[in-house]
Write a new protein. Sequence first.
Length: 209
Amino acid sequence: MGRVVVVDHPLVQHKLAILRDERTGAKEFRELLEEISMLMAYEITRDLPTEEVEVKTPLATCKCRMLVGKKIGLVPILRAGLGMVNGVLRLIPAAKVGHIGLYRDPETHQPVEYYCKLPPDTGERELIVLDPMLATGGSAAAAIQFLKEKGARQIKLMALVAAPEGIRRVQEQHPEVDIYVAAVDWYLNEHAYIVPGLGDAGDRLFGTK
């Protein structure tokens, strides 16, 4: 079973508290979302492989560790996932960025892919799916499934706030996928919003209604 990792670092929790506040405007929301994503990227990349190399400093030659062999891909789920990309790229500038867009079919209520553009070597990369809110889990589970169908073999999911229902759905459909979140909230309300949550992340990010 994939892990559920709650990134409870004080800086993450402090910034998340401000992000949740209904008084936080779009500009500050964007900045905080990027900052939290960067901080969470430290945790999600903790198990990247390294190799020993020799480095000559101004004073001596020493043994150091450097990343080796693993290529990273970021896949934001449109549109709110876009707000997380730059924060992660600040730490992993060599990562390639794909995009996946989903909408919910009004009759079947199932997620439908309307856009998907991925790096050509997707199967060789560890993909990190980005979406601030893991509510019902429908979009995240569908995105992961679409990525698998396109050859992805290593996938992680990064979200800011999750509902227990969303975590459960992703684990049921993709039990091998690790889930990284800053908080696991109480429940989903009748409109499938996370409570207490932070509202509609896309609207708050882009200043829309």
